[in-house]
Write a protein that binds this ligand. Sequence first.
Ligand SMILES: *Cc1c(COP(=O)(O)O)cnc(C)c1O
Length: 241
Amino acid sequence: MNDIAHNIQHIRARMQKACVQSGRNPDEVKLLLATKTVEPERILEAFAAGETLMGENKVQELKAKFEALKAVPHETHFIGHLQTNKVKEVVQYANCLQSLDRMELAEKLHQRLEATDKTLDVLVQVNTSFEESKFGIAPDAALAFAQSLKSLERLRIRGLMTIGLFSGDEKAVRRCFQTLRQLQQDFLSKGIAAHELSMGMSNDLEWAIAEGATIIRVGTAIFGQRIYPDSHYWNEKNPEA
Ligand SMILES: *Cc1c(COP(=O)(O)O)cnc(C)c1O
């Protein structure tokens, strides 16, 4: 068995255990491969091991890998910060945008969806950790934002996404996930079908599953350490991001 298949087996076991421990059905939790910087050949190894869902952070990688991987059935979510001038590629190549966090972006996406007569699944990204370096709408603004999307009927709100606090402090990290789950309840009570909770990564997936995650996003624990620090992807001050 290759490294990637082995690592996936390990993650699947962690997910299974976390579900059992929190009394959840393992079928309720999907594994998304966070594939930033990972070459298509290695993603194919993960697909060969049975995986079918991946997430990209950059439009350039989204597009390049779409071409390289299109022969193998799979779904791709966009999980990175999206600039308004790059909505076209996301509409064309992604099945879901997990990082919807502002009205200007929603409007640009909607224009593109109208022009191409398409719809797009979206998750509202919330900044639950209040870290400046992370994108996402403030928790207290999320519901009003989602409600203001109603007129943009080509955007289909499927749930919420967050990046938890980077910390080994279980309580503090779980508080982020609880915030997202509480918001999900608010969305549902207003008739917004926000059934997906995308939260949890390599280091905190057990806590996220315990708090109700339906999608966990795992990179490092499957593909190994990346060359770029995550600030390259998450830092607002980085013009490339
Ligand atoms: C990179 C990334 C992940 C995966 O993080 P790991 O710690 O490598 O598992 C999850 N979500 C987002 C938005 C990411 O950019």
